[in-house]
Write a protein that binds this ligand. Structure first.
Ligand code: AMP
Ligand code: ZN
Length: 112
C-alpha cells in the first residue's frame, strides 16, 4: 500500500523524478538527492510504513529481499570496497522521510 503524501511513494509511482539504479516488484533503489558519501543510495520497499516496529510477516519478507539484493547493487554502483547501511528510526535519529528506507553509503573510506 502506497501513500498519497509521501515523497518516496511518489518516486515509486513515477510522479516525481529520481536517479534510479535498480528496481524490481518489491523495491526501488535511487541516488540520495543530498549525498553524504561519494556513493549514497536509498533502498526503498514498495510499501509505505515508517518504522521497524511496524514490521509484519509480509514487510519482514520485503526487507529480507532487499538485504539479499543490496550487496550486488552496492558492488555495481561503486561500493566494491565496502559500504555502510543505515536505517534511521524516528526523531532522535533525524528521520525526515517517514517511509522506511535503507541508506547505502560508500565509494570511499568512511569516517568511523
Ligand atoms: P532520513 O533522514 O533517514 O529520513 O533520510 C531521508 C533521505 O532522503 C535524506 O538523505 C535526503 O537527502 C533524501 N531525500 C529526500 N528527498 C529526496 C528525493 N526527492 N530524492 C532522493 N533523495 C531524497
Ligand atoms: Zn511512502
Amino acid at each position: 500500500m502506497l501513500s498519497n503524501d509521501c515523497i518516496f511513494c511518489k518516486i515509486i509511482k513515477g510522479e516525481i523524478p529520481s536517479a534510479k539504479v535498480y528496481e524490481d516488484e518489491q523495491m526501488v533503489v535511487f541516488k540520495d538527492i543530498e549525498p553524504k558519501a561519494k556513493v549514497h543510495l536509498l533502498a526503498v520497499p514498495k510499501e509505505h510504513f515508517k518504522l521497524l516496529s511496524e514490521l509484519n510477516a509480509e514487510r519482514a519478507s520485503l526487507l529480507s529481499h532487499m538485504l539479499q539484493k543490496i550487496p550486488a547493487i552496492a558492488a555495481e554502483n561503486g561500493c566494491a570496497g565496502g559500504y555502510r547501511l543505515v536505517i534511521n528510526q524516528g526523531d532522535d535519529a533525524g528521520q525526515t522521510v517517514f517511509h522506511l528506507h535503507i541508506h547505502i553509503m560508500g565509494g570511499e573510506v568512511l569516517p568511523v
